[in-house]
Design a protein around this ligand. Sequence first.
Ligand code: B1M
Length: 213
Amino acid sequence: MGSIEEVASLVERGRSKKVPAAVTAAIESGCDPAEILQKGMIDTMGIVGEKFKNNEIFVPEMLVAAKAMKAGVEVLKPYLASGAAGKYGKVIIATVAGDLHDIGKNLVAMMIESAGFTVIDLGVDVPNDKIIEACEENPDVKIVALSALLTTTMPSLRDAVAAVNGAPFRSNIKVMVGGAPITQEFADEIGADGYSEDAASAAVLAKKLVGAE
Ligand code: B1M
């Protein structure tokens, strides 16, 4: 019998090799894939973050937990994605310069893709000129989606949005931002078109920004 608790425990302890089988077992036992993601993985990363903050664990433990979660998400992907083709156009997504966190960005990418967009993922620690270059190479891009997970990379997010806002193609695209320290107020202040708190609402926002909802 698989369970969400087993998935959570393995993710927290960074057992990458065991997580995929535990996720499969949980699904086979009837657990809801969305709940496995939220309770078994996202909430667990919250616990990992708290332990790090309290000096109970250190960067290597955070890293292995992140790897374990990624291994689990791979198994969940087909259950969470709707399979809708890219009918709403292209989205460029990136984690901003100086920031290496990508789990949240990857979930946002997955949800946006599954909502019917084609996602071009530039990865983590992406300099502004690379974002601009990607927009120029894809003149039909509809949205630039930027993620920042650290209070220390909020200025990078501000700079990245400023770079896009100053580009000649600005009127053709929308800019959306998110990440744990980001708020609607900050998004407004830096001149983004939209902010969302989590991956599910990011997909709703993306559709709204292109007038599809
Ligand atoms: Co780092 N880290 N980390 N870390 N890490 C946090 C973010 C932290 C909160 C932990 C803590 O202290 N409690 C803290 C930041 C504190 C702060 O800024 N105030 C922190 C720190 C300090 C650091 C380092 C500085 C540690 C060090 O070296 N001393 C360092 C910085 C490295 C760098 O980026 N330059 C660092 C490194 C790392 C690892 C590399 C080890 C690893 C990341 C591995 C990876 O991503 N591949 C890591 C991890 C795993 C975490 C925690 C534990 C988990 C992050 C995560 O994946 N969460 C994190 C603690 C926490 O989050 N509670 C922490 C799960 C994920 C699903 O949530 O990313 O928030 P999240 O994404 C959500 C929403 O934010 C939103 O939707 C997502 C899904 O619902 N969202 C968007 C995200 N992007 C969006 C974009 C959108 C819309 C919504 O539109 C475009």
